[in-house]
Design a protein around this ligand. Structure first.
Ligand code: R5P
Length: 290
């Protein structure tokens, strides 16, 4: 029997293209709010003994988690063989330690919630910083996919003489990979986060690369302060206006507009989170890993 793909609200486009790519059916549901704000979930498709795939990117996760949980439980109650969660962006990966006394390690709690109702998880470039593998916090089988090959291909195709810049030590893992496949040089800066919207990034040493096009590469662009701070330094070097590439277009509040105004040439993201800056399509990458 063909697998069946369900889109959580807002994930319809990606779910449809994944279903097409793996020749699966698209599941029909009704997911809506009751007048009192509670979530109503009804599955209209036949799922008994079928593998089900729930597509739900997890930016703004708090409001998405309950519908996802209800859908997974409902699918199971209807006899679904297994529920695989495709979450191209996985939230709550950054609070991975106690930074200040009294805090919780919410990445662990979130992982335990997801592991409690989904049978497997597929995600793209989760923010594994102090954790090295998903199995440290997730108790279900997880497949981690990397967008680096797609980003390299984008750079090779669209950017002349690129210099890749990773804004912090954590970014080195993917910036070096992207650079290798794009056959481009890279540098990595150092970042200190002083608050949610307050970061300091070291001044890039780019004397050798004056004629290159600076390309900032990061996994998440959230407040965009990391990118904006780096763009500010680059302006003083006399290099061309940079291109910013992020895997996950989180863009909190008006971060995208602020980044655009900061003096960048272009902002490009993968479609792990639907956004107008999406130019790198991850459909095939996901489909080939299901
Ligand atoms: C964390 O270190 C990540 O790799 C990103 O650099 C960070 O999430 C970017 O956050 P923001 O856009 O809020 O500066």
């Amino acid at each position: 029997m063909k697998p069946i793909v369900f889109a959580l609200p807002g994930n319809e486009v990606l779910a449809k293209s994944i279903a097409n790519a793996i020749q699966a059916d698209i599941g029909e549901t009704v997911i809506r709010q009751f007048p009192d704000g509670e979530t109503y979930v009804r599955v209209l498709s036949e799922v008994k003994n079928r593998k089900t795939i729930m597509v739900c990117t997890l930016a703004h996760p708090d409001e998405k988690l309950l519908p996802l949980y209800f859908l997974s439980k409902t699918l199971k109650s209807l006899g679904a063989d297994c529920t695989c969660l495709v979450a191209p962006y996985l939230a709550y990966m950054r609070q991975d330690k106690v930074f200040n006394e009294g805090e919780g390690v919410t990445s662990e709690y979130f992982a335990s919630l997801i592991s409690g109702f989904a049978d497997t998880l597929i995600t793209i470039d989760p923010h594994l910083h102090r954790r090295h593998s998903m199995s440290e916090i997730y108790s279900i089988p997880c497949k981690v996919i990397h967008a680096s090959s797609l980003i390299s291909a984008y750079i090779s195709e669209h950017i002349t003489n690129p210099l890749l810049i990773g804004p912090d030590a954590e970014s080195e893992q993917w910036v070096s990979e992207v650079a290798k496949n794009a056959n481009a040089p890279f540098i990595v800066l150092e970042k200190t986060r002083l608050g949610d919207r307050d970061v300091k990034v070291t001044v890039p040493q780019v004397e050798k690369f004056k004629n290159h096009t600076p390309v900032l590469v990061d996994d998440i662009i959230s407040t965009a302060r990391t990118m904006i701070e780096t763009v500010g330094h680059l302006k003083n070097t006399g290099m061309k206006a940079p291109i910013c590439i992020g895997v996950h277009a989180v863009f909190a509040g008006n971060a995208f507009e602020e980044l655009k105004k900061s003096g960048v040439d272009k902002v490009v993201t993968c479609n792990t989170i639907p956004h107008s800056s999406n130019e790198i399509d991850i459909t095939e990458l996901i489909a080939s890993n299901i």
